[in-house]
Design a protein around this ligand. Structure first.
Ligand code: PMP
Length: 326
């Protein structure tokens, strides 16, 4: 018999899929690491379980405890699955720009959802960073995950996502392209791949309204870079501890419009029904095309599933209202 002990046993070992039409201007072989095959439909299942197990091992999370996290949805889903299997309660704190589908999905897997305003400073008491911390202080026997600074996040990718990419490409990968939010994916995968072959180039996809690109290039945390944006899951107005800038060779920024338009294109041209950060990642990859030659193997990682965006990037009324299509 061949079965997993529980749903957490199905995390990882996701497929790698060749991209065709949408990257036809690129000479290199472009492969998608297709993370929606995880049980929570995103890459974040990997780090969620790793962070929970790390907290259990350190005695931070005790039987019957409550897990609290500020999350754009995907980490919350992974944590909710771990909470169900391991017997914890789960509270997700989200900003109000996140799609309603993401909130409904989290409630469907038994999580309590607390919604906070987006347009406030990170240190404002109403922000989702401050609210998560306050709830953690007020709730007995709780553990605040803090995926931004909890280094078990990037370790999960160093231990699983990185080795899978190396194995699936037979060690031939030359470039890794990925959206950056907490930085866990790029830093863990990037570190693993560069230890295997220091010549591999690691590219981060950033948004307009986020600090990463400028900080990487100048070392300056420039508050003028920070303003509200639409793209979900990537870009930050803080510098999370999980971002290891030393393993990143460069960033490119993608506009909200391009991210949305390319999310639709991925679906219509490749049959890849993916989330908004996948559109940003593939547009960013096209912006980087001068760095790729015909012998290169470029791996782009797609974080999450399109079902969470049906009311937005997959809704033409929404796309028109935003001015992204005519
Ligand atoms: N895309 C989506 C949809 C995400 O939820 C996240 C996580 N915030 C990312 C990209 C970025 O991944 P990471 O946090 O590992 O940098």
């Amino acid at each position: 018999m061949d079965y997993a002990e529980n749903i957490l046993g199905t995390i990882g070992n996701t497929p790698m899929v060749k991209m065709n039409k949408i990257v036809e201007d690129i000479d290199a072989l472009v492969l998608a690491k297709y993370e929606t095959f995880n049980p929570g439909n995103s890459v974040k299942d990997r780090m969620a379980v790793k962070m929970v197990e790390d907290a259990e091992a350190k005695g931070l999370l005790k039987p019957g405890g409550t897990i609290i996290e500020g999350t754009s949805g995907n980490t919350g889903m992974g944590l909710a699955l771990a909470a169900i299997v391991k017997g914890y309660k789960m509270i997700c704190v989200m900003s109000d720009k996140q799609s309603k589908e993401k909130m409904d999905i989290l409630r469907a897997v038994g999580s309590e959802v607390v919604v906070c305003p987006t347009d406030v400073e990170p240190d404002d008491p109403q922000s989702y960073y401050s609210t998560s911390r306050r709830l953690a202080e007020e709730t007995p026997n709780s553990w605040y995950v803090n995926q931004y600074d909890n280094l078990a996040n990037r370790e999960a990718h160093y231990e699983s996502t990185g080795p899978e990419i190396w194995k699936q490409t037979d060690g031939k990968v030359t470039h890794f392209v990925v959206g950056v939010g907490t930085g866990g994916t790029i830093s863990g995968v990037g570190k693993y791949l560069k230890e295997k072959n220091p010549d591999i180039k690691v590219w981060g996809i950033d948004t307009y309204g986020s600090v990463f690109k400028k900080y990487h290039e100048t070392g300056e945390f420039d508050e003028k870079e920070i303003y509200p944006y639409v793209t979900e899951g990537i870009g930050e107005d803080i510098l999370p501890k999980n971002v290891d800038f030393d393993v990143i060779d460069g960033f490119t920024k993608v506009t909200d419009k391009d991210a949305a338009v390319y999310t639709q294109k991925l679906s219509k041209e490749e049959g890849f029904f993916l989330g908004n950060s996948a559109g940003a990642a593939v547009k960013g990859l096209l912006q980087l095309k001068e760095h790729f030659t015909k012998d290169d193997v470029v791996v782009v990682l797609f974080h999450d599933h399109g079902s969470r965006y049906v009311g937005k990037m997959y809704n033409d009324d929404w796309m028109r209202k935003m001015g992204y299509i005519d």
